[in-house]
Structures are given as structure tokens and as C-alpha cells.
Design a protein around this ligand. Structure first.
Ligand SMILES: Cc1cc2nc3c(=O)[nH]c(=O)nc-3n(C[C@H](O)[C@H](O)[C@H](O)COP(=O)(O)OP(=O)(O)OC[C@H]3O[C@@H](n4cnc5c(N)ncnc54)[C@H](O)[C@@H]3O)c2cc1C
Length: 279
């Protein structure tokens, strides 16, 4: 039987995002919260494989009590167990502290019920760093597959997973030993309509509550502001640049046209000023 785990984040619905003009930070108050879209697709993929291989699906989140709603949404999609890791002591956690909290929780779950494949979203649509999944994989010491677009095969006998991942130039197929962690693109699975039993289950389901002390104590120096070496020095909107000039390649061909452009740019200029421009 396979045990799949998805780490999900509740995020503000960024179509409604507002920035505080004074502090430059995100105004979360009054902004509707949603399940991070990449995570929703990861849950859908995990639920598909849970059905195919007759397994179990656990979801976890670190967040405020309201994040419980996102966990219930995951139960609606087929999760069997949902854990909310919530404590004021976690407030102010950056990606280093967040990945520590999640990795420790995964280790605890794995101890009682070994996990085969772990899903994270490619990125959260609010923080947008795409650091938490890779950070957790390193802390767990297991293979990491980022930008996963499709799971081709999960082989429990031979303990491997075959995943197609997106690269800058196309796609590549990765075979990784289990347990492994992947970060999911939206194409990993379509979000299905909830089945009636899952819908009813989600209405009754109460996620488990884990804190900074229970069921195990976290190292206080690695959580919250204390465990977060990142600081936001400044935020702002990048300046809009003038649109670039388009130069058509004429009769002189590409090399001739580039030579002409360089001549125009650097005619009558000293070597020092050209060097300065290139730098
Ligand atoms: C100094 C500092 C203080 C901060 N204080 C706060 C704060 O008080 N409250 C706050 O909400 N944010 C706070 N943040 C933001 C917080 O660090 C990030 O939201 C968080 O670490 C996740 O990073 P990300 O959003 O870039 O996720 P990404 O790395 O882009 O997310 C990738 C994937 O990781 C998983 N993931 C990410 N976060 C979680 C989570 N919490 N639970 C489960 N899975 C997750 C999801 O699968 C997600 O798709 C703070 C950031 C800094 C730098």
C-alpha cells in the first residue's frame, strides 16, 4: 500500500491583493484565502495515484487556525488524514524555518507510517520563492524532482518513481528512488469534482492540531523569527523600461547587421568608454 503526502499552503487570493503603501507589505486582512493553486493540483495528482495503487493520502499545512479550511478542501479531494501545524511560536517563519517545521513533521509522520512520495507545489502564489519544497527535500535527505509535469510510473516493488519534469529547453524524464519529493506544476493533474463520499467526509472531518510542543517539541531556535535569518529590507515596483528597438536583419545578414549596430553604438568612442558600457 502506498502512502502519499502533500504539503499545502493557504494563501491570499492574489487576484484581490493590495499592498500597504506605507510599509510596502501585503495586506492580508479582509483578503479571501484559498488553497495555493499548485498545491491543489498536487493533491489531485496524489489522490489519483492513491486510487490507482489503493493507498493512503496525508496532507499537512503550517499556518493560522483558518488554514483548516484548505485542509478540508484536500479531504474533499480524497485526503485521508489532515494535520494543521499551528502555533504563535511559528509566526514570522521565513522559508528556512518553514522548511524545518514541515520536514520535522514529515519525519514524525514517516516514523509511524512510512511515506513513499511527497508532493509540494512548485511555488506559493504569495511568497513565490519556490524554496520550501527543495529546502524540505534537503532536510529529509531524499531525492528532489522540481517542476514535475507528469508522474509516469510509481513502482513500489522496485522502489522508484518515473516523473517528467519541465526544463528551460523542454522536458526530461527522471527516475528517482523512493521515498522522493517532487514539486508540482499545475499540469500534473486536473482538479476533479469531489465524489459524494469524499464531500460528506470533508464536512465531518476535523483536522489534527499539532503545535510547537505536541506531539513533539520543535527546536525553538529554528522556528519563528528566531529561526529566520531573512529580512525584507525594501519592497517596490520595478521601473518600467523603454521598449527595446527592433532592428531587422537586412541584406547584410546577421553578422553584417550586428557589425553595423556596434559601429553606430561605439563610433568615435574610446576603448575605456566601450569597456565601461560593456560592464
Ligand atoms: C522575515 C520574514 C517573516 C515572515 N513572516 C511571516 C508570517 O508571520 N506569516 C506568514 O504567513 N508568512 C510569513 N513570511 C512568509 C513566509 O516565509 C513564506 O510564506 C513561507 O516561508 C513560504 O515561502 P513561500 O511562500 O515563498 O513558499 P514557496 O517556497 O514558494 O512554496 C512552495 C511550496 O511549499 C509548500 N509550502 C510553502 N509554505 C507552506 C506552509 N506554510 N505549509 C505547508 N506547505 C507550505 C507548498 O507546497 C508550496 O506550494 C515571512 C517571510 C519572511 C522573509
Amino acid at each position: 500500500m502506498i502512502h502519499l503526502l502533500v504539503s499545502v499552503k493557504q494563501v491570499p487570493d492574489t487576484t484581490n491583493i493590495r499592498i500597504d503603501p506605507e510599509t510596502g507589505s501585503l495586506i492580508r486582512k479582509g483578503v479571501p484565502a484559498i488553497l495555493n493553486p499548485y498545491d491543489a493540483h498536487a493533491v489531485a495528482a496524489a489522490a489519483e495515484w492513491k486510487k490507482k495503487l489503493n493507498g493512503k493520502l496525508t496532507v499537512i499545512t503550517m499556518g493560522p487556525p483558518a488554514a483548516e479550511e484548505s485542509l478540508k478542501e484536500c479531504v474533499e479531494m480524497g485526503a485521508d488524514r489532515a494535520i494543521l501545524i499551528s502555533d504563535r511560536k511559528f509566526a514570522g517563519s521565513d522559508t528556512l524555518a518553514t522548511s524545518y517545521v514541515l520536514a520535522e513533521a514529515i519525519k514524525a509522520i514517516d516514523k509511524e507510517d512510512p511515506v513513499d512520495l511527497i508532493f509540494f507545489g512548485k511555488q506559493a502564489i504569495d511568497g513565490d520563492t519556490a524554496q520550501v519544497g527543495p529546502g524540505a527535500a534537503i532536510r529529509l535527505g531524499i531525492p528532489l524532482i522540481t517542476y514535475a509535469v507528469e508522474i509516469k510510473e510509481i513502482n513500489l516493488e522496485e522502489r522508484y518513481v518515473l516523473v517528467i519534469r519541465k526544463t528551460e529547453r523542454g522536458h526530461e524524464v527522471i527516475k528517482a528512488t523512493l521515498p522522493a519529493l517532487l514539486t508540482a506544476e499545475k499540469s500534473i493533474a486536473e482538479i476533479p469534482y469531489a465524489s459524494l463520499p469524499d464531500l460528506i467526509n470533508s464536512l465531518r472531518y476535523q483536522p489534527e492540531n499539532w503545535t510547537a510542543e505536541e506531539p513533539f517539541p520543535y527546536d525553538p531556535s529554528q522556528i519563528g523569527l528566531k529561526g529566520s535569518p531573512t529580512w525584507v529590507a525594501q519592497t517596490g515596483t520595478p521601473e518600467a523600461h523603454e521598449p527595446a528597438e527592433t532592428i531587422s536583419v537586412g541584406e547584410k545578414g546577421l553578422t553584417g547587421t550586428v557589425e553595423e549596430v556596434l559601429k553606430d553604438m561605439f563610433a568615435n568612442k574610446s576603448v575605456a568608454s566601450i569597456w565601461e558600457a560593456i560592464k
